[in-house]
Design a protein around this ligand. Structure first.
Ligand code: AVJ
Length: 325
């Protein structure tokens, strides 16, 4: 009764969606081969990402959690009784800080996690229900696009759509514009948007965060190929593709690639698709853009989102923006 999990399926399978793999074919036939970062997050990838979050080099998760610890009571005071909708909810660890704040103010707890990883969504929702006896969870196994198009009206007085962890950094400018159009479309006037963004900083801090000493990020990157193998009956040999990540200072973004160690041909039988790699040729698996708070405020304003309040950590490594439609 307190738990409802739904799997949203793309109604038009002809469009570029995760289910039919047309985006994979498109990405792997470009001059610079590329894959959507959502292919990181099968169940194994989601667990590897959890491991990344605990690495000493990967500062974003713990920095954002510390900011949330300091400001969540204020967020709950500002929004009043509110549902928490979360895009890319993953393990929902940081969300607990927000749930605690609403709980402390005596508000009812309603949470709508959205994630492409069904296994991760189910296990985190189940654990949350045990830890919060009055919590209602309505989870969506879905891409962001599809979930935003299918949000049901809030039951509580308002809604706070959370997009934490700087996942926004995965979207290029064009994707970002489309994403915000969907957000504004999905929210009613007066509803809230809570955004966590990683900020500009020295490559000396950024680069190790994506090249950890234990090699977990390398494993996470190569997992994309394991994922494609099972999803599309492929024969990628992930160990023949080397992890490569660097900070592009001009673009203010980390770029993460997989580099083919030799010339090779790979098949994805499920897609009836063959792809050739030259030695040293790369697949771009992720961009992770870094932001500055002033430009973000202006950008949000242009998209129809008014900044209510901004929080950051003492080093200004990470920022949290509460905005309102
Ligand atoms: C989940 C997209 C925010 O960009 O830092 C971590 C993913 N990639 N290490 C990020 C990631 C490599 C992460 N985001």
């Amino acid at each position: 009764k307190r738990l409802r999990l739904e799997r949203l399926v793309c109604p038009t399978l002809s469009s570029t969606e995760i289910d039919n793999g047309s985006d994979v074919i498109q990405g792997l036939t470009q001059t610079q081969k590329a894959l959507s970062p959502r292919y990181f997050y099968d169940d194994r990838g989601s667990h590897l990402f959890e491991k990344i979050c605990d690495l000493p080099e990967y500062y974003p998760t713990r920095t954002e959690a510390a900011i949330l610890q300091d400001c969540s009571a204020e967020i709950a005071q500002i929004t009043g009784s509110s549902e928490i909708v979360e895009l890319g909810s993953g393990s929902s660890t940081k969300t607990r800080i927000l749930l605690d704040a609403y709980k402390n103010l005596g508000y009812p707890l309603r949470y709508l996690p959205i994630d492409v990883s069904g296994g991760m969504l189910e296990s985190s929702a189940t654990q949350l229900l045990l830890d919060y006896p009055s919590l209602q969870v309505h989870g969506l196994v879905s891409t962001y696009e599809l979930a935003l198009a299918n949000l049901t009206p809030a039951i509580l007085p308002t809604r706070t759509l959370c997009f934490l962890g700087s996942t926004l950094g995965n979207l290029n400018l064009e994707e970002c514009d489309r994403f915000f159009a969907d957000i504004v479309q999905a929210l009613e006037v007066g509803e809230y948007f809570l955004l966590g963004i990683d900020l500009h900083k020295s490559p000396a801090i950024l680069e190790p965060a994506y090249n950890d000493a234990q090699g977990v990020t390398a494993e996470f990157n190569q997992n994309v190929l394991h994922h494609l193998n099972w999803r599309f009956d492929g024969n990628f040999k992930p160990e023949q593709f080397e992890h490569w990540a660097f900070y592009n200072q001009a673009e203010h973004q980390i770029e993460m690639h997989l580099r083919s160690q030799k010339a090779q041909t790979v098949q994805l039988r499920g897609l009836d698709f063959t792809v050739k790699f030259e030695a040293e040729e790369t697949i771009l698996t992720e961009i992770s853009r870094k932001f500055d708070l002033d430009s973000m405020g202006q950008y949000l304003q242009k998209q129809g989102l008014n900044t209510v309040k901004v929080w950051t950590d003492p080093n200004h490594w990470f920022g949290l923006v509460l905005a309102q439609v």
